[in-house]
Design a protein around this ligand. Structure first.
Ligand code: ACO
Length: 325
């Protein structure tokens, strides 16, 4: 019997040209390279100048279409995970579709799940593909976090960066086993009891401003390793695979100590854990697709590799996915 899976047929990434190193940050707030590096693993971050979210998304999407060897006209759905859209409405996904030149009528929407946004977006697109509603989907994670960063707050401003990553998913017929190519499972979670631990100080409905990111770093840290490990383990269980059999764990890039902690909790050797936080910082919804595309591009992640994605962010939200590339 035929079994529809979503296969990743293209990948793309883009970061703005302007780079702020830790030494640059030390000129903005009372901090230093040693503190930032040892506590977070971050060495620099990219920040937008004139560009907006849809520009970053467009470049990442353009590369994804190119590597997929398809045209924008072949896209049947755009899902864009972000907490930093161009406008409150319409959705930035619609602007990206317009810039790419997708067919009129192609559905497009934004999805807000903070740092778990890409895993959530992948889940939505995968489900629509497996239901037969769309054949080819563009899934983007993109952020301009520099626009919701309080540049006077050293507790947060050193952590975040701007960027975008994208994948093209396409329906393929597989056997329905754990040996299939494509997305083998997804699992998403949320718990509003942690709403206040990580949030912006404002919003459309409360202050009519976007506000700035604030967080209780210790509370986030405490919860993060458990959430990331749980999402990875549950996604593996649904896919019918063993965590120890994967080629790569690709965790949300929030903090090197969180990444190391989840690798240890899952008893994975360091070499199997993808880390690219040093040049980017935490790019929220962009972090996973940015790392995925960079590591496919440089040849680290190869066709046929078995990968677990795992993410956690404001809400809290968290989620995992198992993919055979
Ligand atoms: N430079 C220098 N000193 C700093 C800085 C900085 N940029 N930021 C804070 N400090 C100071 C603090 O003021 C404090 O000083 P004090 O003791 O005089 O009050 C001291 O450093 C220690 O601060 P702590 O908060 O105890 O530092 P901690 O070891 O907890 O590290 C950090 C802070 C890195 C934020 C950590 O809590 C963390 O990683 N939390 C996870 C949060 C995270 O990654 N969030 C990203 C978004 S959430 C997500 O993506 C899942």
């Amino acid at each position: 019997m035929k079994f529809i899976r979503s296969k990743i047929i293209g990948h793309g990434h883009y970061t703005p040209k302007k780079v702020l190193t830790n030494d640059d940050m030390a000129k903005i707030v009372d901090t230093n390279d040693e503190w930032i590096t040892t506590r977070t693993g971050i060495k620099s971050r990219c920040v937008v100048e004139e560009e907006v979210n849809s520009d970053l998304s467009f470049h990442a999407a353009e590369m994804a279409l190119k590597t997929a060897k398809i045209s924008a006209q072949d896209i049947n759905l755009i899902v864009l995970a972000t907490i930093t859209p161009d406008n409150t409405t319409p959705a930035t996904a619609i602007r990206v579709g317009q810039k790419l030149g997708v067919k009129s009528g192609t559905p497009a929407f934004d999805l807000s799940a903070a740092c778990s946004g890409f895993v959530y977006a992948l889940t939505m697109a995968d489900n629509m593909i497996r239901l037969g509603q769309v054949k080819t989907a563009l899934v983007i994670g993109a952020e301009t976090l520099s626009k919701v960063t309080d540049w006077t707050d050293r507790n947060t401003c050193v952590l975040f960066g701007d960027g975008a990553g994208a994948v093209v998913l396409q329906a393929v017929e597989e056997n329905g086993t754990n040996q299939d190519i494509g997305i083998l499972s997804t699992k998403i979670f949320a718990d509003g009891n942690n709403y206040d631990h990580l949030k912006t100080t404002g919003g459309v409905s409360t202050t009519q401003t976007t506000g700035f990111i604030t967080m209780d770093g210790k509370e986030v840290f405490k919860a993060a390793i458990g959430c990331l490990a749980q999402a990875a383990e549950e996604a593996a269980q649904i896919a019918g695979i063993n965590v120890k059999d994967i080629d790569w764990l690709l965790p949300h890039q929030a903090n090197i100590r969180i990444i190391d902690g989840v690798g240890k909790k899952l008893e994975l050797p360091e070499e199997k854990v993808i880390v690219n936080i040093a040049p980017h910082g935490n790019t929220s919804a962009a972090s996973i697709p940015l790392a995925l595309s960079e590591k496919i591009t440089d040849g680290t992640i190869k066709k046929g590799d078995l990968i677990i994605l795992t993410a956690m962010g404001a809400g809290f939200t968290w989620g995992g996915a198992v993919i055979r590339l």
